[in-house]
Design a protein around this ligand. Structure first.
Ligand SMILES: [Ca+2]
Ligand SMILES: [Ca+2]
Ligand SMILES: [Ca+2]
Length: 259
């Protein structure tokens, strides 16, 4: 079971920008602090139920969950005035594409670059300036812009967190460049002394985990059965104990149950 949290993605710094300008996107993430402990912390709130902080995992399709395709990019060769680019990263000589990418409810400008490794500049603070964000994400496969894995950081302003999101980005036969989330969040819910894996997955590819089911692997079989998928307000009985999903945060970081 995929409890392998990737430490380099463990960033919950409060909107800290430009942690290490000299490094690549990946190693900048290494440098960012503080990292959230890998273990699950459970706190009891009087009215908030039980809050569990989940841990990010850089793997897709947890518990066999399926996804739809999310639309990512058009790969426009020139920036359009309507896109709102205000400032561009210094030219590197590699071919670039200019796009808007809507995720987690915000439109972010994106520049993708056919460098080696390819780069994915993401306007994290969505201000139109592509020079004041963290360094670009570098594709995990050096050879080509697409298909490839990129890891971005998304701001969730209402939660004051910046959360990692890893994407598998590919040219789609449905048109344009689309993506799947190659990531999820995972934790442990303890009921009567027994731990149950809890998984949040952005199956509808919009960067918002609050509108997808939260799965509790009640029968420990590593798969998500239909009755293990909870939407907010829904309940499931575990060992005679009713467990109600109160809420899932948009970022995926925090899930709340009422036991
Ligand atoms: Ca920016
Ligand atoms: Ca979603
Ligand atoms: Ca199961």
């Amino acid at each position: 079971m995929a409890l392998r949290a990737l430490p380099l993605l463990m960033i919950f710094a409060l909107l800290c920008v430009g942690c290490s300008e000299s490094d690549t996107g990946k190693s900048a993430r290494n440098d960012a602090t503080p990292a959230t402990p890998a273990a699950v912390s459970v706190t009891k709130g009087a009215s908030d139920g039980t809050a569990i902080e989940l841990t990010p995992s850089p793997e897709g399709f947890p518990l066999g969950l399926s996804v739809s395709q999310g639309f990512a990019l058009n790969l426009f060769e020139t920036p359009s005035p309507s896109q709102g680019f205000k400032k561009f990263p210094a030219e590197t000589g590699s071919k670039r594409y200019f796009d808007e990418f809507t995720i987690a409810g915000n439109k972010h400008l994106v520049i993708t670059e056919e460098s080696s490794p390819p780069r994915f500049y993401f306007d994290e603070n969505h201000n139109g300036d592509l020079t004041d964000d963290r360094p670009p994400s570098e594709g995990e496969k050096a050879a080509s812009l697409l298909p490839n894995f990129y890891s971005i950081l998304i701001r969730y302003d209402e939660e004051k967190v910046v959360a990692p999101y890893r994407l598998w980005v590919f040219g789609s036969n449905m048109g344009g460049v689309r993506f799947y989330p190659a990531c999820h969040w995972v934790g442990i819910l303890t009921v009567n002394g027994t731990g149950y894996q809890v998984v949040a997955f952005d199956g509808n590819c919009d960067g918002d985990y609050s509108n997808d089911p939260v799965v509790i692997d009640v029968n420990h079989n590593g798969k998500a059965e239909d009755d293990e998928k909870l939407t907010a307000g829904a309940s499931i009985t575990i060992e005679g104990q009713q467990v109600k999903l109160l809420s899932m945060s948009r970022s995926g970081l925090t899930v709340r149950f009422k036991l």
